[in-house]
Write a protein that binds this ligand. Sequence first.
Ligand code: ZN
Length: 596
Amino acid sequence: MAVIHDQQIVYQIQQANDIVDVVAEHLSLKKKGREMLGLCPFHDDHRPSMYVNPQKQIFKCFACGAGGDVFKFVQMREGLTFTQAIERLAQRAGIKLKSWKTAAKSDPSIPQVDPNDLAKVNAWAARHFQANLFNNNKAAHARNYLEQRRISPESIKKWQIGLSFFQNDLSSAAKAARISDKLLAAAGLVVRGESGAASDKFVNRLMFTITDATGRIIGFGGRTLDSTGAKYINSPTTALFDKSNCIYGLNHARDKINTSGIAIVVEGYTDCIMAHQFGCENVVATLGTSFTSGHARILKRHAKKVVLLYDNDVAGVEAANRALEICLEHRIDIKIAFVPEGKDPCEFVLAAGKDGLEQLIANAVDVFQFKWNRLVGKFGSDDTFAGNKAATEEFLSTIATAFRRQSLTPIERGLMINQLVSKIAGHGLEAATIKQHLYRRTAGYERENRKVQKVDPENKFFAAAQQEIIEVLLNEPGLFETARQEISVEDFDAPVLKETARILLETLDNNINAPLTAILARAESVEVGNTIVRLQEQGQEKGNYQARLTGALDAIRRYRSHEAKARIRQEGDKAQLLKYISQNARKQNPHNVGMM
Ligand SMILES: [Zn+2]
């Protein structure tokens, strides 16, 4: 769902938060000339390579290329969305967001309240649950459980573990603290029955406090202590909490993940807590839900590589399999490790310690090894034509996805196909059919790719021209009118450049004197923010704006006429290809038809 931002307010919030002050809250900065210099928190920095420019109100890292305005810094540093970064900085500057629209709030089933109020009531509830845990008379069973699981007193404190008591313990305490029922309900701490009466959502459960990357309490997970209901329940979706977009432990793991580049993902709260207790501090957990695209997006902001550490049972292997498909789609470098049979990661860490866990992570296998092991396993256990066909299809599908997402080169793909062909020989599947089907799965992509990669001078100039135009306009907006007459957003084809161009042209259309910060304030994605800062700097270094713009516009004109000619040729090609496919479909062995 699109989030609508009031540009005026966004800009006001950006102006109210001096980037030097905000960055200095996270790292120490030293003055160097007109700029401030510090250790970059987005890569493993040993020599200060991030500078903050007070005049431009931007930051930029020489080494890793991270850059942007104050929103981007907060987004990257705290793992927030653009909307959350706006909220955070509004709060910091004491600006009230009145007509604030978030995706969650436009859903009529979610009560409309200020997320900051929800965070406050959650913080109050977390303190209440923690106090319960140390109630001498009524909490012995919960403390015994924690002791059995060998969760240390330090971990209990660090992870803000608590206890929900009997029915309506929390509601009564809220009444005494003058917290409204409406707010409790909006935070998902009470539920309304059919009669309309409110009752506590969590009863006699060990309470795990869920925070966002900055430590703000956004929800809870409760584990039953008397086998009533589900083993684990989470807070419902609220204006603050959405479990498919939330990663447990990120506030504690963030720094270690940023510096090591590796995030280890487990499934359970206690798995995550125990890993940290043993000093593995780059471990996070999904909240008892399967791995989602939301999780992938968050991890991608912090980690270069993700290692999944799951149980080695059927459910664990299937969960890992689904998770890796998602990571592959998001082009995340992913590996998979399983704890030895019969244990969960928590028990494993207790038995094997930090070294054991590190060994397990070091031996994690990559996607293709994992898929290959699965294929070989299935061929071994269920050597039927249908079973082998399904296993082969799964393997091929992964290769096709990886190839499409450019995680695999044509040579690697060829090697894997050969490996596959030698495996299936004698299992009733024909090598030629396999190759043909894989070709068909990736053919569309390859044609597209060839079109882009072809060393065509017109294409090369066209790609460079798009960048040139942005570089020039970011530095010399006076040339906007000249450019506007000839180009539109449609002339930019790479997604990031297109979005950058859209923002740039829109901003300049509104106000030709708009400063760089006004352009950055419209960039919701970190990637686009990085690009704007990078192209502004590149452009400034090259100078010579008028001549470069003239050259770039010329290249775009030439490309357009070239493309029109190519389109006519392509129509002919398409007809040829269709003919080829229909002929080959008819030639196929009838037993193999519809295999893929
Ligand atoms: Zn950096």
